[in-house]
Design a protein around this ligand. Structure first.
Ligand SMILES: [Zn+2]
Length: 436
């Protein structure tokens, strides 16, 4: 049976017939040969009477499947997915476990935005799955709106450190291999589950307790002037604007390779060695990835068309931080980027940019400009109150553009309909409102 895609931007991903409540991932990985052997136990709940379920898993060989501990009626594996036909229909609301044993050489999942997911580095691994890379290393219901809790163990050569999504529960070494355990009790979308493996060490940052750490290549010292050292101050500033940091800790992982762009994951973000320098472009990326913990990771857009809610807020956090640091004000940055966007061609609206355009720079900048325009109209108190309400209302869940617009309209006596339709739904770039 073919069910409609959970997200129209990601045909072929996700199954709306069930939800995963918990993933238990036990991964054994050999860095030297890029060999992964995994056992994933998914606790699933039927959202409708369920006779079969579809899991996303890309180019890994399935060895064994058990449903509720017993053999299913049939398993059909394809290049990017597997369909498990159940021995007996699961009634709506009922739960069971699906255990999948699999192995192979994990590789990134190709797509409109290039390869995503498990990626071999020169000497290690990183996982950057947004938006379709999670099936590169575990079988999942690859829908951003199916958040689940996770326990993850990764066993690999003892020379390497493993950082993965969740609270570290310790590591044990036996016969030259170390088993690292993590536990993520916060609801997490599959694309935000990350693993980094490398010859890495972890440095706590002064003043941050054990809340913030930088993980860096063992051979590399954190420069004294790197923006990563500002993370504790960034955290305090973001909390003052958007409310409490939504997770127990944040780890900035610098892998031992240059990376084109950093990437956020739950409670962590992955950077390259090229992001350590003191220039503004690196500093803005550090605060941008930290801001994603609020906007994207804790409150997640249910569908990719709403991506501006992630990128607009993260970009706006850069501008706010710039002003906080005594650099260019948020308003001056808004004026600059409004002028720069005015000279560019845009063919789709911010509220539905299309899969191809969802990571275009204009989505980030117009998203931030939308927030700046909103702030100008409703004032600072209502704007930052709205941001904190947004977090308080939807933390740990998903929320769409329509839900944001509805919450904003409730925060102000001003009629915000024209502002939102001009910035979000029209293609033409509006002017920034005049604010006295
Ligand atoms: Zn971003």
């Amino acid at each position: 049976m073919v069910r409609a895609a959970a997200d129209p931007y990601l045909p072929g991903h996700g199954d709306a017939g069930y939800e995963v409540i918990h993933y238990d991932l036990d991964l054994d990985y050999k860095v030297a040969t890029n060999r992964l052997a995994g056992c994933a136990t998914l606790t699933v709940r039927a959202l409708a009477p369920l006779s079969s379920l579809r899991l996303d898993l890309s180019r890994l060989s399935v060895e064994r499947v058990r449903v509720g501990g017993t053999q299913p009626a049939k398993v059909v594996t394809k290049d990017r997915s597997m369909v498990v036909k159940l021995a007996a229909e699961l009634p709506k609301g009922a739960t069971t476990t699906v255990e999948v044993t699999y192995r192979g050489k994990p590789q990134p999942v190709p797509g409109a935005h290039g390869p995503a997911g498990w990626e071999e580095l020169t000497d290690g691994v990183l996982v950057a799955s947004q938006p379709y890379g999670a099936p590169s290393f575990f079988p999942c219901n690859d829908r951003a709106d199916n958040k689940a809790t996770y326990t993850i163990t990764v066993t690999t050569e003892a020379d390497y450190r493993v950082v993965a999504t969740g609270r570290p529960l310790g590591a044990t070494t036996r016969a030259g291999r170390t088993r690292w355990s993590f536990d993520e009790p916060a609801p997490t979308s599959p694309y935000l589950v990350s693993v980094a493996i490398g010859r890495l060490d972890e440095d706590p940052l002064p003043g941050a307790g054990d809340r913030i750490a930088v993980v860096r290549p063992r051979t590399l010292r954190l420069p004294t002037d790197t923006p990563f050292r500002r993370l504790p101050d960034m955290m305090l500033a973001l909390e003052s604007w958007f409310g409490p940091y939504p997770f127990p800790s944040f780890r900035a992982v610098v892998v031992d390779d240059p990376l084109e762009i950093p990437m956020e994951a739950q409670g962590m973000a992955v950077f390259g060695t090229n992001h350590l320098g003191p220039d503004w472009d690196n500093e803005r990326l550090v605060v941008h990835e930290l801001a994603h913990q609020w906007f994207g990771n804790s409150v997640t857009a249910p569908r990719l068309r709403d991506i501006w809610l992630h990128e607009g807020f993260a970009c706006y956090a850069e501008w706010l931080w710039s002003e906080e640091r005594g650099l260019t004000t948020a308003d001056a940055r808004a004026v600059h980027h409004r002028a720069s966007l005015a000279g560019q061609v845009q063919t789709t609206p911010l509220s539905d940019p299309g899969m191809v355009h969802m990571f275009d720079d204009w989505v980030y900048k117009r998203g931030a400009l939308t927030l700046h325009a909103l702030r100008g109209v409703i004032g600072d108190e209502a704007f930052f109150g709205l941001a904190r309400d947004w977090m308080a209302t939807y933390a740990g869940g998903t929320a769409s553009t329509a839900q944001f617009v509805a919450l904003a309209k409730g925060c102000s006596t001003v009629d915000l309909g024209p502002l939102f339709s001009a910035w979000l739904d029209a293609v033409k770039l509006p002017k920034l409102p005049r604010v006295n």
